[in-house]
Design a binder for this molecule. Structure first.
Ligand code: SF4
Length: 313
């Protein structure tokens, strides 16, 4: 069985920065250490940090007064920051700068009097955080059908923004519907779907049609990982999203001569390597050369953490 490796795959600059933030905070402030929401949407990453004594919470009420809390890569609303401040918490913000960019765009458009259509998945941590910046100005739209139901007129001052990890094809369908109904709508100042999402989707789109099966390493709550499986399936190739090699099902490989392996932006590379080892050992897999793509992106650790580190040093 031929094994193709998609590239780029796995960790993006935002995930790298967020994980390094927790690692560094463990050294600088130690335990107890709280993280608001999963630091990145990956079960293995979260379980490893829990084993090191990190506590993940879904509400600031769960963080004791004056404790240190890290905000996850997906960003938080001002209300969450205020709640943490009210409890006297030391805050470390590991929000990906590309998510922060969308927050700033929302605030700027709202100040200019625009109503904002946020193309994204209601309930996703990132969308909840962005909406929380200017809740009265934002309406979430997930589909062209949602656009049909919007109450605005062609005289309204409208702008749209998108979640960073959407499928480009799905987002374009919704955006086309918005533009058709509201020709006056203003675009984001720059593309909101991030480079990592775009590159990983392009890599799968380029290779999925030529294989019998696609395996995506990632967790079920990882938006960009789910999108990779959807892209493959839309192109007619069966795809499975797995947290690790233990979820492989021999039935998937009946009649399969080629498999494409990729990983979502929050999936550690060692899980990909373990999967490849298993495909070689149990399914006579042979790796076809694949060029590694260097995306050339790097984000610095949060300023708040660097200040804390300097104070301790
Ligand atoms: S997927 Fe994109 S927006 Fe999300 S953390 Fe990575 S670089 Fe940032």
């Amino acid at each position: 069985m031929k094994i193709l490796l998609a590239s780029p795959r796995g960790f993006c600059a935002g995930v790298n920065m967020a994980i390094q933030t927790v690692e560094e905070a463990l050294k600088v402030v130690g335990r107890p250490l709280y993280v608001y929401h999963e630091i990145v949407h990956n079960r293995h990453v979260v379980e490893n940090f829990e084993a090191e004594g990190v506590t993940f919470v879904d509400s600031i009420d769960e963080v004791p007064a004056n404790a240190t809390v890290i905000f996850s890569a997906h960003g938080v609303s001002p209300a969450v920051r205020q709640a943490a401040k009210d409890r006297g918490c030391t805050m470390i913000d590991a929000t990906c700068p590309l998510v922060t960019k969308v927050h700033m765009e929302a605030v700027r458009y709202a100040r200019q009097g625009y109503k904002i259509l946020l193309v994204g998945h209601a309930g996703h941590d990132e969308v909840v955080g962005t909406v929380g910046e200017v809740p009265d100005a934002i309406t979430i739209v997930e589909s062209p059908e949602d656009v049909e139901r919007l109450p605005f007129t062609t005289d309204d001052k409208l702008a749209y923004l998108t979640q960073t990890t959407l499928s480009m094809d799905d987002a374009n369908r919704v955006i086309s519907a918005i533009r058709a109904k509201y020709p006056q709508v203003k675009d984001p100042p720059s593309e909101d779907i991030c480079y990592a999402t775009t590159n990983r989707q392009d890599a799968v789109r380029a290779l999925a049609k030529g294989v019998d099966l696609v395996l995506v390493v990632g967790s079920k709550n990882s938006s960009n990982s789910v999108r990779l499986t959807e892209i493959s399936e839309t192109d007619g190739t069966p795809a499975h999203l797995i947290d690790d090699k233990s979820e492989l099902d021999p039935a998937w490989f009946v009649g399969v001569n080629s498999v494409l392996v990729t990983a979502g932006a929050s999936a550690p590379e060692h899980l990909v390597q373990e999967l490849i080892d298993e495909l070689q050992a149990s399914y006579e897999g042979v790796i076809e050369a694949s060029d590694a793509v260097d995306e050339g992106m790097h984000f610095n650790l949060p300023v708040s953490l660097r200040i804390l580190r300097d104070q301790v040093a």
